[in-house]
Design a protein around this ligand. Structure first.
Ligand code: SIN
Ligand code: MN
Length: 277
């Protein structure tokens, strides 16, 4: 998938691109069928909401789940980012955000690169998120909100929020957000399951809680230019990966056909089987 000159201009101006229904219902089903079993696992890669047992984020499924290992090599997700950076990319982070019906909590206003710089010492904002919707995203189930053009501000001052939600994040203060929204407004791309969004590492974004009866599961690939790999290994390796190998894409039909992929963490963190007594 090659970005058109109009898309490249739009990305430069707005800081994001939205591709409604880029994946088919059959492709999405392969992924959604796998999510309940992943969320049911007791392993540190499942970060739960602060209120209870509901999964907020599952990390690194591409290293232990066959369908997600293929998604991590999908050309529709990876090729546009390679094109934007003009070089190979590696997987800095892979997550399946739950935003579950009634329980899905907020994500405060932030820039992804703020966290990657402050926590991981990533040298430049040559990394970005590309996300696909596994459920329909509508106005009620906590859509991702962007301030268009905010990526042009570079890295903004941020404070480490370790209390609002169950996941620590470098967040931007309300005064700054108010000023930026007065200029750029807010957009919230909505659409069917299978829609894809890519957005600049400095684009300011957030999402509200999900009080609707509809889950809002989305998968985020955080892809980093290989030369821009992180320099500090402070966060767990399932949150900030240390393997800087360039991603080699599979063919475009990879979700619907079999392709060999490695699952190096398949048995990681599980208790060994009890010996029969
Ligand atoms: C994120 O910003 O990393 C996630 C936001 C969301 O899923 O709403
Ligand atoms: Mn983010």
């Amino acid at each position: 998938m090659k970005l058109t000159p109009a898309q490249l201009q739009q990305f430069d101006r707005e800081g994001y691109l939205f591709f409604p229904s880029l994946f088919t219902p059959a492709e999405i089903k392969v992924l959604t069928d796998e999510v309940p079993a992943l969320y049911a696992q007791r392993r540190p890669e499942n970060v739960r909401e602060k209120t209870g047992d509901v999964v907020r984020t599952n990390f690194a499924a591409h290293l232990y789940s066959y369908p997600f290992a293929k998604l991590a090599r999908h050309p529709r997700m990876v090729e546009p980012i390679k094109e934007l950076f003009g070089e190979d990319v590696y997987m800095h982070q892979f997550k399946i955000n739950g935003k579950q019906a009634f329980d899905g909590d907020v994500w405060q206003w932030h820039q992804d690169y703020g966290t990657w710089m402050n926590d991981d010492q990533m040298p430049a904002a040559r990394a970005m998120n590309v996300a696909i919707f596994l459920d329909e995203v509508n106005e009620f189930n906590g859509p991702l909100m962007f301030i268009p053009g905010s990526h042009k501000q570079g890295v903004l001052d941020a404070a480490h929020d370790t209390s609002t939600t169950s996941y620590p994040l470098w967040v931007i203060n309300h005064e700054t957000i108010t000023g930026m929204v007065a200029k750029g407004g807010i957009v919230a791309p909505k659409g069917p399951a299978g829609s894809m969004i890519l957005f600049h590492g400095c684009l300011v974004h957030a999402s509200t809680s999900n009080l609707s009866p509809w889950h809002r599961v989305s998968v985020y690939l955080s892809l980093c230019a290989v030369s821009n790999h992180i320099r500090r290994f402070k966060r767990p390796d399932y949150i900030a990966h240390r393997d800087f190998t360039p991603i080699r894409c599979l063919p475009d039909d990879c979700l619907l056909k079999h392709y060999d992929v490695t699952l190096p963490w398949k048995d990681r963190f599980f208790e060994p089987l009890q010996k029969a007594s």
